[in-house]
Design a protein. Sequence first.
Length: 536
Amino acid sequence: MSNASSLDQHAADQHGYGASHPSGILRWLTTTNHKEIGSMYLIFALIMFFVGGAMILAVRAELFQPGLQLMQPEFFNQLIGVHALVMIFAALMPAATGFANWQIPLMIGAPDMALPRINNWGFWLLPPAATLLTLPFILALFGIGDGAVATGWTLYAPLSVQGGMGVDFAIFAIHILGISSILGSINIIVTIFNLRAPGMTMMKLPLFCWGWLITAFLLIATIPVLAGAVTMLLTDRHFGTNFFNAAGGGDPILFQHLFWFFGHPEVYILLLPVWGLMPHVISTFSRKAVYGYKAQVYAFIAIGVLGVIVWAHHFLTAGLPVPALLYFMYSTMAISLPLAVLFFCWIATMWRGAMSFETPMLFALGFIVLFGMAGLTGLVLADVAADAQYHHSYFVVAHFHYALFAGGIMGVMTGVYFWLPKWTGHMVDEKLGKLHFWLTVISFNLTFMPQFFLGLAGMPRRIPDYALQFAEFNAISTVGAFILGFSQLIFAYVVWKCIRGGEKASDKVWEGTEGLEWDLPSPPPLHSWEIQPVIK
Ligand code: CU
């Protein structure tokens, strides 16, 4: 382990376990170092990103032309449901948590996360949970059970009450993932509240930390509700209760309320860490201080609060009373105000800046433009009258992929390209990074833009076969999806290459950012608390 010796030395210095520190696999199983745990989160996320991607490429292949070619409808349903669960819980959330682990201690001048062993536990709960989600696919190959959860990721009752063994696996996986998220959130809140460098008041907290702080509170507020909902589902399935069974006096719509009380804030859980990261990247490559720091903090808080009171816009067509429809429509639309504040601040940060367009900045700009599309089409869907047309159509699928791929995943890529030099000590291959960006942006639009038109023309989501009139747009979308999927191999290669070597990164990494960096060296030099982060 010669190449790990400096890391071991670092760990020994920090935690005082010296030569007895385990090596090899034991080291990774027992590590409490925030950087090592951050790296594990990020690598796990990257692997699961490809797992979830492979599933949806099979789905897109099936949808390439009308008729059933590759799979039975039941297997199709399993693929789309597990794709969503894997991408949300095993790819995007762990990636954001990896960012938090790496960057929050560095940004606030803490030696590590406040609760390092809980940090370790939080990570090591993830691989078993991901295994539980995907195991039913493998068991089905050996004739055990009927495959993975086939209800879509939303697990709507009554389908999920009657569904096969895969639903039980998904329920157990969601419980474990939830525990992991709660542990991570507690750790982040405690770290930010207690371990800030002296003089760093909350209103001097870097915006990335603010974004994650709101995320952590949202997780703690909503994950227990999801856990309750799936537990009620479990007792409905196996222990004779009738929470969601109309025949027994239950209410299937109750499940939708409980699920989306978690499900809508979950969107902001996936996006707030990325929104917090954007001002760092934009200000760095515009060579200007962040515009509207306080406005962005208040916008984060406003979105966090509004995020938990708008859940029923996911089932406006389920027969809610008209006053409820109006309330959920207007409250949902109100979110566009703080969101517009964020967009304004990001653009104002660029205004008259000395901009340059390295890969992280390209991804940030791609994010702003494409995520803007998600916001605008979200306004359309929030409209009760319009939603009656678009509900459960491909328009919705296109909308939330603009939010969660162009918003979430491209945001994560912004962060990876931005921070890789800091994490590895090596510069990223700019040529390959730019190639990855352009292939991603073009093929992303090729994949999802046609789905808006499919939805407008009336194609429902979650169907393995469709009418002939939808053939062209589906073919285009599938071609785009395959280019998009295989382009991500470039990303994996760039990351691997950067870890292995390359041009040495300077302390400031990106030129011309002097004075704009928020980060302290980590671990902070002992007894040097008078060294404050430079905050403009
Ligand atoms: Cu929502």
